[in-house]
Design a protein around this ligand. Structure first.
Ligand SMILES: NCC(=O)CCC(=O)O
Ligand SMILES: [Mg+2]
Length: 353
């Protein structure tokens, strides 16, 4: 590893010769650098590792056939027609990525005020789940529950007089979750931040016999500027009216995140998530330390775009920045990461093994 970049760096720490002898060593009993002197020594004391098991790969699906359309604001990420999503699912399985997440680009003509398309058992997400589970039954498939890819206004819930209705929205989300479970989805991931939706969805899933369908709740989801490219990808950037601050969290808060997570666990969440990732590593740590639950973090589109854009400009080493950011989530206590870097990171991890 160390010789990849030229002269092995550890040689510079070999027994001291001329230069070293010229000066008197400091009288230090403790020299932390000893544990960093060589790659084998660094490996030996390394506290956290990233493996392919830590990755969830979010994918965008779009209507059509045999087409991949680049998302301009997310260099390296494409919208996939269902057949192509199946191909990427195959890639995920080959790379030992345990789970993928599906997000639809819904044609504007199919969007309406109440997000009806979310309940269509033949919508793009359901078609993709069926096609993927048929070919790769052992690959985990996660489906987002929220109305934003389906509403004409781009909000996650139903609106009346400019207000997002909580309880009425929850009733629709329950139906959306059932439609997705029926299609064969393994993990239901409510991302809407309505109060009480986890409990309502758990109850409905159980009643319908979906006892084994897991819930990963977007428990602490912040109203963030970092979602911009995602909204391009699902086609809701132009349609979104106003912002999401009456339901997504205020970025100033972290005690509130603990209360949100506590509620979702009490309502039956199997796994909890903090989102976005890099600006909220402290929240990841607090959640993990407080609840000892399977804790996930979403490295969102804007975080991906920043690294990808800087790398494409030659301003940072993209691969190293990618790996450093992902390892940072592990260090903060995350058990897994939803990241658009998943295939690239998994390829790198496989090659290094
Ligand atoms: N419910 C899923 C998202 O909102 C993803 C956001 C992003 O990647 O920016
Ligand atoms: Mg909540």
């Amino acid at each position: 590893m160390a010789i990849k970049f030229g002269r092995p760096i550890e040689m510079r720490d070999a027994p001291r010769r001329q230069a070293a002898l010229a000066s008197t060593p400091l009288d230090l009993a403790i020299r932390p650098r000893r544990n960093r002197k060589a790659e084998w020594a660094r490996r030996l004391v390394r506290e956290n590792v990233l493996t392919t098991d830590d990755l969830i790969w979010p994918m965008f699906v779009v209507d059509g056939h045999n087409t991949r359309t680049p998302v301009t604001s997310m260099p390296g990420v494409d919208r996939l027609t269902v057949d192509q999503a199946v191909r990427d699912a195959e890639r995920a399985a080959k790379l030992s990525i345990p789970c993928i997440a599906l997000f639809p680009y819904t044609e504007p003509s199919l969007r309406d005020e109440i997000g009806s398309e979310a309940l269509n058992p033949n919508n793009l997400v359901c078609q993709s789940v069926r096609a993927i589970k048929k070919e790769f039954p052992d690959l985990g498939v996660l489906c987002d529950v929220a109305l934003d890819p389906f509403t004409s206004h781009g909000h996650d819930g139903l609106i009346e007089d400019g207000r997002i209705l909580n309880d009425e929205t929850v009733a629709v989300l329950v139906k959306q979750a059932l439609v997705q479970a029926e299609a064969g989805c393994d993990v239901i991931a409510p991302s809407d931040m309505m109060d009480g939706r986890v409990g309502a969805i758990r109850e409905a899933l159980d009643e319908a016999g979906f006892l084994d369908v897991q819930i990963m709740s977007y428990a602490a989801k912040y109203a963030s500027a970092f979602y911009g490219p995602f909204r391009d990808a699902i086609g809701s950037a132009k349609t979104l009216t106003g912002d999401k601050r009456t339901y997504q969290m205020d970025s100033a808060n972290s005690d509130e995140a603990l209360r949100e997570v506590e509620l979702d666990i009490a309502e039956g969440a199997d796994m909890v998530m903090v989102k976005p990732g890099m600006p909220y590593l402290d929240v990841v740590r607090r959640v993990k330390d407080t609840f000892a639950m399977p804790t996930f973090v979403y490295q969102v589109s804007g975080e991906y775009a920043m690294i990808a854009a800087a790398a494409n400009n030659g301003w940072i080493d993209g691969d190293r920045a990618m790996m450093e950011s992902l390892l940072g989530f592990k260090r903060a206590g995350a058990d897994g990461i939803l990241t658009y870097f998943a295939p690239k990171a998994a390829e790198k991890l496989k090659a290094e093994r």
